[in-house]
Design a protein. Structure first.
Length: 410
């Protein structure tokens, strides 16, 4: 029995590039449809006569439950490995997209696009993939692997919105959602490459910890709390832009195609931004890198709102924002791993991501509600600017060093 375990354990060391490639494919597939949600807003609200707040609430629920489920999915992955978590998440995600295609009432929309897609994402999105990279890949590869996994999600954002607009024009929005749902089933064969044995026992120089002890230690540590609070802004901005930007551009006289291509270039530019961020994370202070990213985002959003609307300014905004889009993920996940190690990486990063998704919930929900109340998105744009500058400041006190675990009582 014991003689059979070493070959499985050495899979990542024998083929790290294969593990990296399959993880990146999962990140690309799962991030693409949720990044295209704004493309479906106007067809669905027009078909059923809903307000944008109805659609926005569904995507807000999705973001919240994605964040809520991620720490629990991470804890299961930390304990039993990622394959089961990825496969179950992919099935729930596919079911949610398929049901969303025929959600003719707000309740069904909130169940499908909100609850099912949200919980599905918590089990198969790039968060679980990055945690697998942290555990399976050699230490020297981890910073760039975090960037590569994040960039792969961005490629999904580049690929899927134009694909969604094209498919909606040719076959319809319901069929497009069905196709996207079937595509999520491809996650399962790729997940097999991330199979790993049960976590190895703690080293002699590492005190053993329970899940409760690890959580208590993390939330008593100010640097982790600062990191979690700062990540809120990232979620607020990303979810608001992904869901409401296409409709905002139409309100300002541009076409849905401009909205689709703006989301696409955000994803394309973020491939460069995420890889660069992963590279920089191993060469400079991660807290300063995060502060610079958040501050630059605030400037970019302010300039976009103040400039006249045109395809050039929209695409230009997409390029600049894309460079900063998910570039927060490599330094954030790297800081969690630096402070607490890899044993509970998926779970502890999952709680940081929950803060991200609470921000996403509020960004999407407030975008829809305030648009229906005020007739514009201006207030939410400026709130996003203010949050950017606040997060730039809150990351500066983070202490970048490992946290000594509390020794296990004999």
């Amino acid at each position: 029995m014991t003689a059979a375990s070493p070959p499985r354990a050495s899979l990542a060391t024998r083929a790290p590039l294969f593990v990296l490639l399959c993880g990146c494919m999962i990140a690309m597939l799962t991030f693409g449809p949720r990044a295209s949600s704004g493309i479906f807003m106007l067809p669905m609200t027009g078909e059923y006569g809903w307000g944008r707040d109805t659609f926005g609430l569904a995507i807000a629920i999705q973001n919240l439950l994605w964040g809520l489920g991620t720490p629990f999915a991470g804890a299961v992955a930390d304990r039993f490995g990622v394959v089961r978590v990825l496969c179950v998440g992919a099935l729930i995600y596919a079911l949610g997209l398929g049901l969303m295609a025929y959600a003719s009432t707000p309740g069904l929309l909130h169940l499908s696009a909100g609850v099912l897609v949200g919980f599905g994402l918590s089990g198969c999105s790039f968060n679980i993939v990055l945690a697998a990279f942290g555990k399976m890949l050699p230490e020297r590869m981890r910073p760039i692997a975090f960037g590569a996994g994040t960039a792969a999600g961005s490629f999904g954002q580049f690929l899927f919105p134009p694909l969604a607009t094209g498919l909606i024009s040719s076959v319809g929005w319901q069929e497009t959602l069905t196709i996207f749902g079937l595509a999520m089933l491809l996650v399962m064969p790729f997940a097999l490459a991330l199979a790993s044995p049960a976590p190895a026992p703690a080293r002699l120089d590492e005190p053993r910890q329970s899940i409760g002890e690890a959580l208590g230690q993390a939330f008593r540590h100010p640097s982790y709390v600062y990191l979690v609070l700062g990540f809120f802004t990232c979620g607020f901005q990303l979810a608001f832009v992904t869901t409401h930007l296409p409709a905002y551009l139409i309100d300002r006289g541009l076409s849905i195609q401009v909205g689709g291509w703006t989301l696409a270039v955000i994803g394309l530019a973020n491939m460069v931004g995420s890889l660069s961020s992963g590279w920089l994370s191993s060469r400079m202070s991660r807290r300063w890198l995060l502060a610079i990213i958040y501050f630059a985002r605030g400037l970019a959003i302010a300039a976009f709102v103040l400039l006249p609307a045109s395809p050039v300014t929209s695409i230009g905004f997409g390029i600049v924002l894309g460079l900063l889009w998910l570039s927060t993920v490599p330094p954030t996940s790297g800081l969690v791993m630096l402070m607490f190690g890899t044993r509970y990486l998926a779970m502890l990063y999952g709680f940081a991501f929950f803060s991200h998704q609470v921000g996403g919930f509020l960004g999407v929900w407030l975008g829809g509600v305030l648009y229906e109340r005020l007739g514009s998105y201006d207030f939410v744009w400026w709130l996003a600017v203010a949050l950017s500058f606040a997060s730039a400041i809150i990351n500066l006190p983070i202490v970048e060093r490992p946290v000594a675990a509390r020794p296990q009582t004999a």
